[in-house]
Design a protein around this ligand. Structure first.
Ligand code: ADP
Length: 472
């Protein structure tokens, strides 16, 4: 079986969040199951062609957008997954992937719509010959639309929704800017409140749609979590599935992680302390207190406002807080300022892969107060490193963390999206930390939970097989 996996970010080439992790590890896990996976993404400025030894294939494709032709050159890297990169310097040779901290790039419709056309044309020309085209999030969601409606190709398609909050919504002129044809501008196709919605196209025209946890698959059909697409998703619920993400056990492994100060496993978990001590020194925090970490995009979704409002209480606690994140300017500024205000709180406002590994290894608790969370990888990574989760019971967090109040529970969950509920959950964590025997046992327990990709990849494979057999 040949699968073409299309994504706007793939680790280690370009990453802003979990999509990159999934786009690295799911194709790899699928190839281990015997699937031939090709993967295609834009060739951004941040991708070091020399370091990754990318080669130009000699192939290029021209795409007509509006009245102008744009050329995309195809680069490649052969590994267990065969990676392809589409080069167009006008679109992708920029500082960021999607936009600056001040906002999205205004021509994202052309940047990603153009990418979708280029991929679809490469399929039409037979450069790619997939049995299944797997698209991810709004950036690649026009591929199934173009394949079916513009090129009349019957290749099977599956659209994964990693986060429904991001839909790729553009003014209606985008129809002309991308030569999509006004016949697609209606309620049963791309039209969404007078605008063009890329993700809606992916949902409507794909043969199957899935999201990244079973709980989120249910949540997005409600008005609370549906971001206006709940009705559409309900209509297509017969082809909507929820498959929990996994994490890459080669990348996220405290026994071999090259970034952390001391490698450890559940049998010598006392070595986790070395990581904590050294990291505390590195960031200027005092010893002998439980360490709460937060790692994530500074976006409302991640519950940053709750943390902001709770900071006053956190300052008074006998605990350390270390925050790593980057995103909306107002949050960046807030956390930069926090650094000088309390001796037990430190924030690093940047994207820093190495530091994130060190934090997972050093932490006692991970804070994850997300307002909604399609799957969330942080909580699974944290548990792999023996760091217990203090999180909101939503989406993938609800699917992966069980509260200690329950039989066999191993984390702390809260429901109400309020600062006081977060503070109460942190207090419960402190209490748990006070019971050192129980705390240590839970650390070992969570390290042995299985969040590897193998289980999830098997479910994707079954979905692909069902698509090819016409069961869906
Ligand atoms: P998202 O909604 O951003 O996709 P996920 O939980 O699915 O959230 O994935 C987040 C991934 O990005 C994790 O691998 C996490 O460690 C990483 N990450 C997020 N912010 C940062 C940062 N500032 N520095 C380093 N890694 C980060």
């Amino acid at each position: 079986m040949r699968v073409l996996f299309c994504s706007s970010e793939v680790y280690p080439f370009a990453k802003t969040g979990g999509l990159a992790d999934v786009s690295y590890s799911l194709p790899k896990a699928l190839s281990q199951l015997g699937v031939k996976v090709q993967e295609v993404m834009p060739l951004y400025k941040c991708i070091d062609r020399k370091k990754f030894k990318l080669k130009f294939t000699g192939k290029s494709i021209r795409v007509l957008l509006g009245g102008e032709y744009y050329e995309f050159k195809v680069w490649e890297l052969k590994d267990s997954v065969h990676y392809y990169f589409l080069e167009n310097d006008n679109f992708y040779n920029r500082e960021y992937l999607y936009g600056t901290p001040k906002g999205d790039y205004p021509d994202n419709d052309l940047r990603f719509g153009g990418f979708c056309w280029a991929v679809a044309k490469l399929i039409e020309e037979g450069f790619f010959k997939p049995d299944i085209v797997h698209t991810n999030d709004w950036q690649t969601a026009l591929i199934p639309v173009i394949l079916k409606e513009k090129l009349s190709l019957s290749t099977k398609t599956i659209q994964t929704i990693h986060n429904l909050a991001y839909q790729g919504i553009f003014p209606k002129e985008t129809i002309e800017r991308l030569n999509l044809g006004w016949e697609l501008f209606h309620m049963e196709a791309l039209e969404f409140w007078g605008k063009v919605n890329f993700l809606k196209g992916g949902i409507v025209f794909s043969d199957a749609v899935n999201t990244v946890s079973p709980t989120y698959a249910k949540e997005i059909m409600t008005s609370e979590f549906g971001f206006g697409l709940n009705g559409v998703l309900k209509k297509y619920s017969y082809k909507l599935f929820g498959i929990l993400n996994g994490i890459d056990y080669d990348v996220w492994n405290p026994e071999t992680d090259p970034f952390i100060y001391a490698n450890y496993s559940d049998t010598n978990i006392e070595r986790k302390e070395i990581n904590k001590e050294k990291l505390l020194r590195e960031v200027g925090l005092e010893k002998d207190k439980p360490l709460f970490i937060f790692i994530g995009r500074f976006a409302k979704q991640k519950g940053i406002d709750l943390i902001e409002s709770a900071i006053g209480e956190f300052k008074k606690m006998h605990a350390n807080f270390l925050i790593l994140g980057f995103g909306d300017e107002k949050y960046n500024n807030f956390f930069k300022a926090v650094n000088n205000q309390a001796s037990n709180i430190r924030a690093r406002v940047e994207f820093n892969e190495k530091l994130s590994h060190r934090m997972y290894a050093a932490g006692d608790f991970l804070l994850m107060p997300s307002l909604f969370e399609p799957c969330g990888l942080n909580q699974m990574i944290a548990m792999r490193y023996g760091t217990l989760v203090v999180g909101r019971k939503t989406g993938g967090i609800a699917d992966t963390v069980k509260d200690v109040k329950e039989e066999g529970g191993y984390g702390i969950l809260f429901e109400e999206p309020s600062p006081s509920a977060l503070i109460y959950a942190v207090r419960r964590a402190l209490e748990l930390y006070g019971n050192l025997g129980k705390f240590k046992n839970l650390q070992k327990f969570v390290m042995n939970l299985d969040f590897s990709w193998s289980r999830s990849a098997t479910q994707y494979l079954r979905l692909y097989e069902n698509l090819l057999e016409g069961v869906i």
